[in-house]
Structures are given as C-alpha cells and as structure tokens.
Write a protein that binds this ligand. Structure first.
Ligand SMILES: N[C@@H](CCC[C@H](N)C(=O)O)C(=O)O
Length: 261
C-alpha cells in the first residue's frame, strides 16, 4: 500500500500527519507507526498524528497522537497546533477549530501560520525544593537550573523519566533557565521519543505554570524559548488552579510525500 503523508513542524517538534478520515491506517500497527517516524528507515518525526472524523458533531475533527516509538500517548501541544494547520490546509476549517484529543476538547485559532491552542485546565501542581510536577495533557517534571546550554538533557532527562518516582508510565522532563522577567529558556526530554526534542508544547505550558506557581514570574503571559523557536503561554490563575490556558506559536507544512507501507 502507498500512504500519502504530510510532514509538519511546530518550533522544530516534527510530525507525520495522515488524513485518516477513511481509516486507512490501523491504530494498532505500532511497528508501522514506529517505522514511519524512524529518521533512517522511514520519514522521520517525533510523532505521528491521525486526523479523523470525530464522534462529536460539534467537532471539526479528532486528533489521534502517537509518539515516535509507535505507541498512542497523551496530549501533544505542538502536534495539536500542527494538526490545526493541517486541517486548514485540507479545507476542513478556516480560522477557528474545535477538536477532540485524548485529554478532551480543544479550541484553536489560526492566523498566518500562527496557531493558538486552548489547553485543559490545570488543578494540581506538586512542588518541592528540587522540582515541580504537573499534567498539562501530558505529565511534566520541571527543574529550574543554570547553565542550560551545557546540560546533557538526554542523560539527565532519562534518569528522571525512568526513576522509581514515575514508575512504568514515566514522565517528560523540562530543564528551565530564567532569561528575563516573564521569559524562560526550556530544553525538554520527551518520553516516547526517548531523547531531547527541539520543543514540546505541553512541556512549555507546564513550564509557564510552574514558573508562576514557584514565584519565578508574576506574569500570566510567559515567553518560552526552546531550541526550535519561541512559544508563548497565557493563562488565568484562579482559586481552583489555572484556566483559560493558551499555547501559541508557528506551525508549518514542511513537505508532502508518499511512502510504501
Ligand atoms: N511533543 C509533545 C508531547 C508529546 C507527548 C509526550 N511525548 C508524552 O508521551 O508524554 C508536545 O508538544 O506537547
């Protein structure tokens, strides 16, 4: 079978996109999805996303996300932003979207390649002297440190990801350095890729909230600098936690292709 695919990237977090409205790809084919994401034997990507029809008539589409290891996983913020750009390319939406992903319904807007994605509310943030942990659709461990440029993110990240604290499920790990008030540099180790990626959308969302929660910023509009580019996160702190969380940044089509499966 020949599969038509589209490659997208959002601040360097890259994804294979497949229009699966006719259910051509099976979600259980872990080996195939892993091979499509392989940078030597396949197309190469941090993850693969299926755009499908949603069961909810109010949705424009549904998002099904797989990490590069071929396994379906929790929410991907940059992937969600890229999927909105893909839906616009396919003519499914114009400048606004509503879709269902593994963590629930998301609203989004798109204007001139800039996609803003509404994330789920965050109620709980764990904090101790060393790190913060929160779930922004995916689980994130956040550590503030200095000398971010010299950090071995793959080594240090995988030690935390596989530590007994996080058990079998593991976690994503974000290393953060404050650059100015309301602006932070972030490097992320992603589970399921098992390496540093150039950017992580749920990761920078977690970092923005962790920065506020730990008093490192008093701004509800945080700029995040990743190795792949700049993102912003806005939110409202409420008595219940954090709500009205929006992740914004560029999402671009890189190329279209066909691959033999
Ligand atoms: N790149 C993503 C996060 C994808 C999910 C993550 N690897 C996990 O399995 O938790 C993003 O942009 O949020």
């Amino acid at each position: 079978m020949k599969l038509t695919f589209y490659k997208y990237q959002g601040t360097g977090n890259d994804f294979v996109m497949v229009d699966n409205r006719d259910l051509e790809i099976s979600k259980n084919d872990t080996k195939l999805i892993n091979r499509l994401c392989d940078r030597k034997f396949g197309i190469g990507a941090d993850g693969l996303i299926l755009l499908e029809n949603s069961e909810d008539p109010e949705d424009d589409f549904k998002m099904v996300y797989f990490n590069a290891d071929g396994k379906e996983s929790s929410m991907c913020g940059n992937g969600g932003r890229c999927l909105v750009a893909f839906a616009k390319f396919l003519g499914i939406i114009k400048s606004t979207a509503r879709f269902t992903a593994v963590d629930g319904v998301h609203d989004a807007t798109i204007q001139e390649g800039l996609v803003s994605l509404k994330m789920q509310d965050v109620k709980n943030v764990f904090q101790n002297e060393e790190f913060l942990f929160l779930d922004t659709g995916s689980p994130h461990h956040v550590i503030f440190s200095e000398g971010l440029g010299n950090k071995n993110v793959k080594k240090e990240g995988s030690e935390i990801r596989y530590s007994s604290r996080y058990g079998k499920a593991g976690t994503n790990v974000n290393f953060v350095e404050k650059t100015s008030s309301g602006s932070f540099s972030v490097r992320t180790y992603e589970r399921g890729v098992e390496d540093e990626t150039l950017s992580c959308g749920t990761g920078v969302t977690a970092v923005a909230i962790a920065s506020y929660e730990s008093g490192k910023t008093t701004s509800e509009n945080v700029k995040l600098l990743t190795p792949g580019g700049e993102l912003s996160v806005t939110f409202k702190k409420t008595a219940d936690g954090y709500s009205d969380i929006w992740l914004s940044g560029p999402a671009m089509l890189v190329f279209k292709g066909e691959i033999q499966c």
